[in-house]
Design a protein around this ligand. Sequence first.
Ligand code: ATR
Length: 277
Amino acid sequence: MIKQTPDQYLVYGNPIKQSRSPDIHHIFASKCQQNINYKKQLVGLDDFSTAVSDFISQGGKGANVTAPFKEQALRLADVLTERASLAGAVNTLTFNKGKIYGDNTDGEGLVQDLLMHGVILKQSRILILGAGGAVRGVLLPMLAQDPNAITIANRTVSKARDLCQHFNDERLNACSFDETIGQEFDLIINATSASLSGDLPAIPASIITTSMVCYDMVYGKNETPFLKWAKAQGAFKVIDGLGMLVGQAAVSFSVWRGVTPDVQPVIDILRAAIKEG
Ligand code: ATR
């Protein structure tokens, strides 16, 4: 019997050591009986496009892209999905018959994770904190879930306004953190990078209600400052971003392989590994 060589994938980033993508994709592959090999590659800041062409010439089938190359990946792609184009960033590249296809699976990863937790997005009122790349990356798939309104609150309000203008959807509106006072929300998503530095976005405690779900795109060994705070204010449910990480990987996997893997076993494995440190 001839043993087939596995299809090659990788993730580009700088830094990249911290990436869990190879583990995630190898678990997906073994559960879905897909013959793939997935590595991580550290790329010099000026070497991204050369690294991609080298990989294509070696027969690479696809790649994930993480910071700081997502915008460069967008420019490199010959064909973009609408969600990647509006996000202004690509995290999933597919190489096929001489063409480079660019997609962005972050937003769908977030949506799938929220739905898996039983969060109802249809006709909901959502508050997103932050107006950087993380928010831009998820807005189209969030809007596709048919919420009543998405309010984008940011420390620098002009950036939130720019995002609303860019997406040009009447369900979107922008405000400062203080202007959220008196408004009602079903779900708050912290998409600021504040948690990464142990900070809490300065939002008023009065907007947290006992029926509200609070989500942080960041995850870690300990509960993030935002989720800890939201819980203390009496939020109904708090969820961290581990499921979004695994979710975006699952969507990439299905873009490449045509099969959608089950995310829960991988979330459980990663959660245990993170707890152990
Ligand atoms: P990312 O790609 O993770 O979105 P980014 O584009 O640098 O990163 O955006 C970071 C976001 O986190 C911004 O919305 C930023 O607010 P400003 O636009 O006012 O800078 C927000 N942010 C970072 N630290 C914050 C903090 N301590 N409190 C509130 N918002 C914070």
